[in-house]
Design a protein around this ligand. Structure first.
Ligand SMILES: C[C@H](O)[C@H](O)[C@H]1CNC2=NC(N)=NC(=O)C2=N1
Length: 116
């Protein structure tokens, strides 16, 4: 499925975590992302490299804009030439389709920036 064309749904906290099968279906669309565990919770994480701090900051702000538009927010660590983006659904302390949608949108934002 084209994750970049989908929109996030509001999470009530009652949604089930994605199953291993569902993750296996979704993961091929965002091959550059790792699934990490933090305090037993699964999260999607990718490190993007940039030319300098300003470009890293521009990317950070664009991801923040997309997050606000979708009502679904990442953890963002912005450093000189590098941004670590982590997606998970706080309401269910785990992974939801929203996280895969936003990871795909994050890739799109990075691709647009590098075209400058
Ligand atoms: C009220 C507000 O919409 C909710 O708290 C949203 C905000 N952004 C969110 N972002 C993420 N990643 N997970 C959530 O559960 C979440 N909940």
């Amino acid at each position: 499925m084209e994750l970049t064309t989908k929109n996030c749904i509001p999470c009530t906290g009652k949604e089930p975590h994605l199953t291993a099968e569902e993750i296996a279906q979704l993961q091929p669309e965002i091959p550059d992302w790792q699934i990490i565990k933090v305090d037993g919770e699964s999260r999607l994480e990718r490190i993007y490299k940039f030319l300098d701090f300003q470009t890293a900051l521009d990317f950070t702000n664009k991801v923040g804009e997309a997050a606000e538009n979708q009502g679904h927010h990442p953890a963002l660590l912005t450093e000189w030439g590098k941004v670590t983006v982590t997606w998970w659904t706080h309401a269910i302390s785990g992974l939801h389709q929203n996280d895969f949608i936003m990871a795909a949108k994050t890739n799109q934002i990075a691709a647009q920036l590098s075209k400058k």
